[in-house]
Ligand binder design. Structure first.
Ligand code: 3DU
Length: 216
């Protein structure tokens, strides 16, 4: 289910109606879709359910970047799981106890560090320790590491065999294939697809670019 093929995950940071429309159109063309606060704040868990219902082939990753105490984080992931998600994204900086609780419920991608410039201030310093602390946890299927800074993807790749999903392609400046070449399994792309004149063509162009990229 979470196996990389096209290597593309589409971030649906759009209205629930638009998310459903894009998910229906691109189901099977891309490995997965990611929904987060944009959909959940509009319609609650029902927004996740609507996207999950139209997917037959691609997986659904829910990104609430959960970062609360273990019990609350677990209950968030339980709701996400009930709504039909195949995996959830949980922050790594909160510690392995939080990650472990969540990973008992649903496969988890742990944020190892982030794509924006401010992540250099604090998150990057914790990146290696986060991966080392979470790598033996059953249910941790992978990490989120930034396409904008492929050296961080390489750092994570060196210490784990688990999946790496990398956001930051397109709108945030990384080129398609940068993160895959550094060792990522998936690239997460939002606005470069959702704001494209033709999202289907944009997704196809990106999958072609990623297919030609091979890990260094
Ligand atoms: O910049 P884009 O429109 O391609 O969207 C990137 C998505 O990935 C968006 O949903 C954002 O919340 C998520 N993300 C990052 O951009 C950076 C991270 O470090 C982690 C998640």
């Amino acid at each position: 289910m979470l196996e990389p093929d096209t290597r593309l995950i589409v971030a649906l940071d759009v209205s629930p109606d638009r998310a459903v429309e894009i998910a229906e159109t691109l189901d099977g063309y891309v490995d997965g879709f990611k929904v987060g606060y944009e959909v959940v704040l509009a319609e609650g868990a029902a927004g996740i359910e609507r996207v999950a219902e139209v997917l037959e082939e691609s997986f659904l990753l829910v990104d609430l970047k959960t970062a609360d105490i273990p019990e609350i984080s677990r209950s968030i992931v339980e709701r996400v799981s009930e709504a039909g998600a195949n995996a959830a994204i949980v922050h790594g900086f909160v510690g392995p106890d939080v990650v472990e609780e969540c990973a008992e419920v649903l496969p988890v991608f742990v944020v190892a560090t982030m794509s924006h410039p401010g992540a250099r201030e604090f998150y990057d310093r914790a990146c290696r320790d986060i991966v080392k602390a979470c790598d033996d946890i059953d249910g941790v299927v992978g990490y989120v590491a930034p396409a904008t800074r492929p050296e961080r993807v390489r750092e994570v790749r060196k210490i784990t065999d688990k999946l790496i999903a990398s956001p930051g392609v397109g709108a945030q400046g990384a080129a398609p294939g940068d993160a895959v070449r550094a060792g990522a399994d998936f690239e997460i792309v939002g606005r470069a697809i959702t704001e494209a004149h033709d999202p289907v063509e944009a997704a196809k162009d990106l999958t072609r670019a990623m297919r030609t990229s091979r890990p260094a």
